[in-house]
Design a protein. Structure first.
Length: 197
């Protein structure tokens, strides 16, 4: 089985359809990306500018964003900063694509918060493998967050139960003290009466 066949096999086992927003100022690049990702089973939405991409991200959820680093008007780094700056999208996986092949481009993208960086031109199979890896990591992080939320809820419930048990114990202790005082008062009364007789 060739590399592309392996990627299609992985895409078929992946489960629910994953949505990818591809952002690039080149409509040619977008068309190629859309077709190739569609063949792998991804639902791909295409955008040729950063402002539109941010509107799309705000309007609907995506599983991943492929973001061109260098675009006119609003750079990919600016779009990435907006994504990371919003509480709703801070964890949205982003792979930065760039025509810059110098190492500083990768460092800049990763420092800005990109999950991965791919220099153009790239072998599509490499991009597909990186997409799959980033999505798998995002799934694990989402599962971990769900587990943490469940654990937090259980801890909160246990804390409430403990608080209720402490209150009940305090009430029982207070009742015990009142009962001891009452018994002591009765003993004192009995002794007083016995001393008179």
């Amino acid at each position: 089985m060739d590399v592309f066949g392996k990627l299609e096999s992985v895409a078929q086992r992946r489960g629910p359809v994953r949505t990818i927003l591809a952002v690039d100022d080149s409509r040619t690049n977008l068309g190629v990306l859309g077709r190739r990702l569609g063949h792998l089973g991804y639902l791909t939405v295409l955008s040729d500018n950063g402002a539109e991409a941010l509107d799309l991200i705000a309007a609907r959820g995506f599983d991943l964003v492929l973001l061109d680093m260098v675009m006119p008007r609003m750079s990919g780094l600016h779009v990435l900063a907006e994504i990371r700056g919003s509480r709703d999208t801070a964890d949205l996986p982003v792979i930065m694509l760039t025509g810059r092949s110098d190492p500083s481009a990768a460092v800049e993208a990763l420092a800005a918060g990109a999950d991965d960086h791919v220099a153009k031109p790239f072998a599509f199979e490499v991009l597909a493998a990186r997409i799959e890896r980033v999505l798998a990591r995002a799934r694990r992080i989402a599962e971990l967050k769900r587990s943490n939320a469940t654990l937090d809820a259980r801890i909160a419930a246990r804390a409430m139960e403990l608080g209720e048990a402490k209150s009940a114990l305090a009430a029982t202790r207070a009742d015990r003290q009142r009962l001891i005082a009452s018994i002591q008062a009765l003993n004192d009364e009995v002794e007083r009466l016995s001393a008179r007789a």
